[in-house]
Ligand binder design. Structure first.
Ligand code: FAD
Length: 666
């Protein structure tokens, strides 16, 4: 039966492996999974049924949609994975999982080599030290080709079509029959016979009136991080602009939490300092063009305020201080009235001109534009619109609204099993080990790499907590690791028959509730958006953003909150959750918006609960608890983890001990 609005067709499918998301992580998994699935078929006669679903179109979905101008994680021959784990730890104020970072460090380059093989142009330096912005004729990275490094870990690419290239490889490996685009997954479903096991997922088509009910033994949930829970700086005519891609709405964290997975470090957030209004990237300017950020008086605040870094040893004193602390120094200037803050492009380009030929300078200026054209075309619009020629006029910088993510310079996410061959400490010391729910694993490794604490549920990329700085290449590599583990899980659980713990009719009703609400009440008033019986998804989103902005350390308060403000936020979020039940959907587009909001609310709540639980300000520059405005290494050098009870709708936060597995004194 073909579906119609309010009466969707229900499509049910039994799978072995379901991949949710079509971003870097799922493209990695999609590429890798067939190799292991084919081997399982050849050697064991197992014909694994696999499907990938993405709410959007894979060619341009996720955070890499617009393209990128650098791959931010490439270890190369100059560093080793332990260096990488040290960098990740320092940048995230000491609380990351060394096992995950080290493991990623030893695998990530392989994904970069594949990207190059698939046609991604990577800038190279030839034997004379000359730079080539493409791969023409120079040896491939895996054959000793030397990448142009914009920083210690980053390499430059011509990456406008990066996502196309990576998606194409996944599509070719999987085959289009195993891919379904424009399917938004709303919730995961646990197993009827084991509440701590995954059994399936449900979602709907954003184009047709169809609901999909998937049963699967293993699910990879890699639907990115979360944007738009805080009121963005761009409002009114600028609505819709943000640094983080507006289509990742916290689905990863919310759905995992509802399925009972343990989350970690949800108090962490990322507040990137970017070019104002266009949110354009700053990496190439700082690292490649050696520009400095200055206050309105032209003073380099990283120099001027460097004493402040001593308040946060050892994270402030590293060669590259933690990202949040760099914001901390900038915010001092802004708060004390010495803004605007500028990227001093004029001085940087003038200095480069001293040593370069006019032709080289022209080339460099083209590169500066290309940096934006590759990954943030909107910033070019700002430069053109505001008559900015970077060699003549500096550009404003601004710390953005907060975002939640686990693969860039942030580390919130889900607690996952690490590799089996690296030390896996159990909880000890100051961690409240008695408060950790008994059903949760004790150590850091419980068998399958990247499996969450829910059996059969895996995550990668922005989903994996306590291990940031994976970026595009690392997320891809992590997806590939998941694919391998998931096939192994399916082989080990050959006879498992997942059974959904909720009847299909109930799941369909739940998904279509906003549509039902609309159809029931739409004639009550003559103005479609004004109705006492429902709230539009747009209005609900505004309410969420206002609460988070004003009480949970958004831009309105210079990222500052306190225990009292958090208490108010807690109450308001509780009420918002109640009202979310009354969201309406007048079409499929609004149904998508309604469910995105629902995911956002749960993600926001997790963030708020974790900030409330952690009695310190671990990330100055990203957020401050004014009532606990210090880093307390003695009591809070630990993970804050949580589990959510979908029945009582309550969060349980607890500590887990942090242990260094890599020597941090180096
Ligand atoms: P994504 O790639 O974002 O993919 C998420 C996927 O989930 C998307 O396909 C989305 O459509 C889908 N999805 C979301 N919700 C649902 C749902 N409910 N149901 C179904 N599908 C869903 N890395 C670099 O290496 N270099 C850089 O220069 C760089 N710059 C960056 C700039 C920005 C602004 C951002 C945000 C990131 C940048 N990164 C960079 C990091 C890189 O983009 C991420 O690390 C990587 O994309 C994370 O991969 P992922 O698969 O976890 O998420």
């Amino acid at each position: 039966m073909a579906g119609e609005f309010g009466n969707p067709e229900v499509v049910q499918e039994d799978l072995d492996i379901l991949l949710i998301g079509g971003g870097m992580a799922c493209c990695g998994a999609g590429y890798e999974v067939m190799r292991w699935a084919d081997a399982a078929k050849a050697e064991l006669g197992m014909d694994l049924k696999i499907k990938l679903v993405d709410k959007a179109a894979m060619d341009r979905s996720g955070a890499v949609a617009q393209g990128l101008s650098a791959i931010n994680t490439y270890i190369g021959t100059e560093q080793d994975p332990a260096d990488y784990a040290r960098m990740v730890s320092n940048d995230l104020m000491g609380i990351t999982r060394d096992d995950l970072a080290y493991d990623l460090g030893r695998h990530v380059d392989d994904s970069v080599h594949l990207f190059e093989e698939w046609g991604l142009p990577i800038w190279k330096t030839d034997e004379n030290g000359e730079r080539h912005d493409g791969s023409q004729g120079l040896p491939a990275l895996k054959d000793g080709g030397k990448p142009v490094r914009s920083g210690k870990w980053q390499i430059m690419i011509n990456g406008e079509s990066y996502k196309w290239i990576v998606a194409e490889a996944a599509k070719k490996a999987l085959g289009m029959d195993r891919i379904q685009e424009r399917v938004f997954i709303v919730k995961l479903v646990n197993d009827k016979n084991d509440p701590n096991r995954i059994a399936g997922a449900v979602g709907f088509s954003t184009r047709d009136h169809k609901v999909f009910v998937f049963k699967a033994k293993a699910i990879l949930l890699a639907a990115g991080g979360c944007v738009n829970i805080f009121r963005p700086r761009s409002v009114g005519e600028g609505t819709g602009r943000a640094w983080y891609p507006v289509w990742n709405a916290g689905s990863t964290y919310a759905m995992a939490a509802e399925a009972g997975a343990e989350l970690t470090m949800m108090e962490n957030r990322f507040v990137p300092a970017r070019f104002k209004d266009g949110y354009g990237p700053v990496g190439a300017w700082f690292l490649l063009f050696k520009a400095q950020a200055v206050n309105a008086n032209g003073e380099v605040y990283m120099q001027k305020n460097k004493e402040l870094l001593n308040d946060y040893p050892p994270y402030g004193q590293a060669a590259v201080p933690a990202s949040c602390l760099r914001n901390h120094l900038m915010l001092k200037e802004m708060k004390e009235g010495r803004g605007p803050i500028y990227m001093d492009t004029v001085t940087a380009l003038a200095k480069l001109r001293e040593t370069l030929t006019p032709r080289e300078v022209k080339h460099l200026e083209a590169e500066a534009w290309e940096d934006f054209l590759d990954m943030c075309v909107g910033q070019c619009g700002i430069w053109v619109g505001e008559n900015i020629e970077p060699e003549k006029k500096n550009s404003e910088l601004m710390p953005t609204e907060p975002y939640l993510l686990g693969s860039h310079s942030g580390c919130c996410g889900i607690w996952v099993s690490g590799p089996t061959d690296i030390g896996a400490p159990t909880d000890e010391l100051h961690a409240d080990k008695d408060k950790i729910p008994a059903h949760l694993p004790k150590g850091w490794s419980w068998g399958y790499r990247s499996m969450t604490t829910v059996k059969g549920l895996f995550t990668a990329g922005d989903g994996v907590g306590a291990s940031g700085h994976k970026f595009s290449s690392g997320s891809h590599a992590e997806g590939r690791m998941c694919a391998k583990s998931m096939v192994k899980y399916c082989i080990d659980n050959k006879d498992l028959k997942p059974e959904l713990d909720t009847p299909v009719e109930q799941l369909v009703e739940e998904i279509y509730k906003p549509v039902r609400t609309y159809l029931e009440f739409k004639d009550y008033t003559t103005a479609i958006d004004v109705n006492p019986n429902y709230i539009t998804p747009k209005m609900l989103q505004f309410r969420l953003q206002k609460i988070m902005d004003e009480y949970v350390a958004g831009v309105a308060t210079y990222y500052t909150t306190n225990d009292k403000m958090l208490k108010v936020a807690e109450e308001k979020l509780e009420m918002l959750k109640e009202d979310a039940e009354k969201m309406r959907a007048k079409d499929l587009h609004e149904l998508l918006r309604a469910w995105e909001n629902y995911h956002r609310i749960l993600t926001a709540e997790a963030h708020m609960q974790h900030i409330q639980f952690r009695q310190e300000s671990r990330y100055p520059g990203f957020y401050y608890r004014a009532d606990k405005n210090f880093v307390d290494e003695e009591n809070w050098h630990c993970f804050v983890n949580s589990v959510y009870d979908k029945n009582s709708k309550k969060w349980n936060c607890f500590k887990r001990a942090h242990v260094d597995l890599v020597d941090k004194s180096k």
